[in-house]
Design a protein around this ligand. Structure first.
Ligand SMILES: Cc1cc2nc3c(=O)[nH]c(=O)nc-3n(C[C@H](O)[C@H](O)[C@H](O)COP(=O)(O)OP(=O)(O)OC[C@H]3O[C@@H](n4cnc5c(N)ncnc54)[C@H](O)[C@@H]3O)c2cc1C
Length: 454
């Protein structure tokens, strides 16, 4: 009997990981990527673009059996290095001592996963195959090749892992009862670069995620292993200041000097790059269902494009793969049950991380400005250190607690928020926050709210 065959559309990080997982379950996998092979042509134009991978990503990679190999190329970031508007530098740890999020090259991790995929006997990779059509009842896909020819591919099942602009998802719009929403954020972004020192070392502290929080906009920088930093400037699309309003050299230069004076000294041609580049929009996409006729399903950004303010997009996509990996075993390869179980398990979590990510812009971009917010974080950190079973801060639930689903982190975080609102409303809290009676009050409230669950 011939092996059950899957088509995976999109050879990005999620598609590649999914293909590995399917192959390790004994399936025959065709992995189809629209672009040329980045390992042979310069798809990334020589620039390292990086992202933060955290415990959910690592634990998902480990569940599929490849965690250690990827971690060798990652840089741990133990705290946020906050560059104040006055030039003052402060540190805000990510969690407990030793907790880190990891800067990895987006292209590097993709290529590494592609190499691993090609080592699997059951996977055949095909580049420059752009999906143009899919039959949602038969999983037959049609690809356009670089020379304009079309190729029809038959398989038993198909996955759309083709990213935030997914063609598979766009084709699903024609299906009955398909719900879809797309929301643009006010911000867009461009990437900038901080080159390495002449000896290859970093110009800023290596093991930190650098943030220049300026309330309505912010600059961040993540380290690369070659000594450079990839920076991302998040700024409103329209209004003042915005990508739309800043169109002339002197105004852009004045904007950088007024807001990012210390970064100006190390950034590579920031004003030119700002004026040369077209800012990319930030949007989120939510859809339902994620699977169609027990034949085709969406995964990764194709199912849940989110905004990057929690650094969770890829982590969430890897979790999708790990969930599916486990479901294949739990339901003994019965795809009639796996598809619905997959979307029921993952959809609420995709929605939750979408919401959390949207909210986190405010938290990130206001880190140094809002003293009340800082105070709240201090109180929470002290309390959580004393009563770790009763209180894990929301950031730690999302980033360092892969066993807590995103949906639960969102729910518990909202309850914690109510408790902290009461604490912050206590008279004299700014002066007394370190006093024992504040901890006692918080303990009482936390027990009332969470006691039954702990
Ligand atoms: C500015 C920014 C910062 C981010 N930072 C983080 C972070 O710190 N941490 C984090 O976890 N996530 C982050 N993300 C999100 C992360 O990049 C995505 O979640 C991740 O890349 C999703 O992987 P994917 O494989 O689902 O989609 P993609 O990476 O988009 O890959 C999809 C693949 O499908 C291919 N494709 C598209 N259409 C077709 C077609 N018709 N036919 C065939 N192939 C096709 C594409 O060429 C691509 O290779 C960030 C995103 C942005 C924009």
């Amino acid at each position: 009997m011939s092996r059950v065959a899957f088509t995976v559309v999109g050879g990005g990080p999620v598609g590649s990981l999914l293909a590995i997982s399917l192959a390790r379950h004994g399936y025959a996998v065709g992995l189809y990527e629209g672009r040329p092979d980045s390992r042979q042509t310069s798809v990334y134009q020589g620039r390292s673009i990086n992202i933060a991978l955290s415990d959910r990503g690592w634990s998902s990679l480990e569940k599929i059996g490849i965690g250690d190999e990827v971690r060798q190329q990652a840089i741990p970031m133990y705290h946020r290095a906050i560059h104040g508007a006055d030039g003052e530098l402060s540190k805000l740890p990510y969690g407990q001592e030793g907790d880190a999020i990891w800067s990895v090259s987006r292209g590097g991790i993709n290529e590494h996963l592609l190499n691993l995929a090609e080592d699997e006997a059951g996977i055949a990779t095909h580049f420059e195959h752009r999906l143009v059509d899919i039959d949602f009842t038969t999983a037959v896909t049609t690809f356009e090749l670089a020379n304009g020819e079309q190729r029809v591919v038959e398989a038993d099942y198909a996955f759309g892992a083709d990213g935030a602009y997914s063609k598979v998802r766009r084709l699903a719009h024609n299906l009955p009862r398909f719900s879809y929403s797309q929301t643009y954020m006010p911000q867009s972004y461009i990437e900038l670069n901080i080159p390495a020192n002449a000896d290859g070392s970093h110009q800023l502290e290596t093991n930190a995620l650098h943030i220049w929080p300026r309330k309505d906009f912010m600059l961040i920088a993540l380290p690369n292993t070659d000594g450079t930093f990839t920076c991302t400037l998040f700024l409103n699309h329209a209004g003042d200041p915005s990508f739309e309003s800043l169109r002339e050299w002197p105004a852009v230069e004045a904007f950088f000097e007024a807001n990012f004076a210390d970064a100006m000294a190390v950034l590579e041609r920031p004003v030119d790059v700002f004026l040369e580049k077209t800012a990319a929009p930030l949007f989120l996409v939510q859809v339902f269902p994620w699977s169609f006729n027990r034949k085709v399903a969406l995964i990764g950004d194709a199912a849940h494009a989110i905004v990057p303010f929690y650094g969770q997009g890829m982590n969430c996509g890897f979790e999708d793969c790990a969930e599916l990996h486990a479901l294949i075993d739990r339901y003994d390869h019965d795809w009639e049950r796996i598809f619905p179980a997959y979307e029921n398990a993952r959809k609420p979590n995709g929605d939750a991380i979408a919401e959390l990510s949207k909210r986190n812009f405010v938290e990130m971009s206001d880190l140094s400005g809002d003293k009340r917010f800082q105070l709240r974080k201090q109180i929470e950190a002290k309390f959580s250190e004393r009563y770790p079973k009763l209180w894990t801060p929301l950031y730690s639930m999302v980033t360092f607690s892969p066993d807590v689903p995103y949906a639960e982190a969102l729910r518990v975080g909202d309850e914690q928020n109510e408790v902290m609102e009461s604490i912050m409303a206590m008279p004299g809290i700014a002066d007394d926050w370190d006093e024992e009676y504040v901890m006692e009050r918080l303990h009482d409230l936390a027990l009332q709210t969470f006691g039954a669950h702990q």
